[in-house]
Design a protein. Structure first.
Length: 276
């Protein structure tokens, strides 16, 4: 079977409802002095679990810091956002995990995340925990027959052309035009693997909402193979950014950059483990 056939068959199929490899992290803000007295939704992205060695928590929650701490990443947001993001701080924000319906994308349940989290300067990575973890685990299994699937972070070398699967959420709109996030998966092939970053080519460009989700080796549904990292960003190169004189002077470099357009950058498990 050709690579393209494998990718096309697996693209955007989520697998067993009982095994959720990713939930949605949602951030809210409140600033009474600006007239925002109720919690308002600010940003959303995917998140996943890994086992914790802490005595008080079973799992770490891994996700993208630009959603949990948006005031630290103003350049990640549309032009109108930075006008008020610079006035926000951790005390003005809160985060939660949402379980979304596989077909409609509606919120089935939401749980608060802890105020305490771990960050590293400039790195789009946050490690946090559920505020009431035991309650979360109980409700997830009792009300939805779902168990947490913690990822096993792998630091083994990743071979070029390896098949990988992203797990996360697809930002879309329903028939009435309402914004929804649908749990989804996306399969791709590794183009480049370094110690801190891995570049993956997917059959379809990675979609909004996949950031923060786990990247697993292989094409699978219910297996739990090695997690090689977290979806960090989609490469979107401005093809007109390079002046013609430079492009003519180095046509090979320009061709190389264009070739990476619409690839996805993955933060390696090694980088995640540095923060633990």
């Amino acid at each position: 079977m050709s690579t393209k056939t494998v990718l096309k068959r697996a693209c955007y199929q989520y697998g067993s409802p009982a095994l959720r490899k990713s939930l949605l992290l949602c951030s809210y803000f409140r600033k009474p002095e600006f007239g925002v007295t109720q919690w308002e939704e600010l940003s959303r992205t995917s998140a996943f679990f890994i086992k914790s060695k802490l005595k008080v928590k079973k799992y770490h929650v891994i996700s993208a810091a630009h959603t949990s701490h948006p005031f630290l990443f103003p350049k990640f947001y549309p032009e109108e956002y930075p006008r008020f993001l610079k006035f926000l701080s951790e005390s003005d924000c809160r985060n939660s995990l949402q379980l979304r319906d596989l077909e409609s994308g509606t919120v089935l349940k939401e749980w608060d995340l802890s105020k305490k989290s771990w960050l590293e300067n400039g790195k789009d990575l946050v490690i946090t925990h559920l505020q009431e973890e035991d309650k979360f685990l109980e409700e997830l299994e009792r009300d939805f027959s779902i168990t947490v699937t913690p990822m096993e972070l792998s630091t083994a070398p990743v071979a070029s052309n390896s098949l990988v699967t992203f797990y996360g959420h697809d930002f879309t709109k329903d028939t009435e035009g309402n914004e929804v996030f649908l749990p989804t998966s996306l399969v791709g092939r590794v183009r480049y693997a370094g110690s801190s970053k891995i570049v993956v080519k997917t059959l379809e460009p990675s979609v909004m909402g996949m950031c923060g989700g786990p990247v697993l080796l292989g094409d699978h549904e219910d297996g739990n193979p090695a997690c090689i990292g977290m979806v960090e960003a989609k490469v979107a190169i401005n093809q007109n950014a390079t002046p013609k004189s430079e492009a003519e002077a180095d046509a090979r470099e320009e061709s190389s950059l264009k070739d990476l357009n619409d690839h996805t950058v993955v933060m390696s498990s090694k980088e995640i483990l540095k923060l633990l």
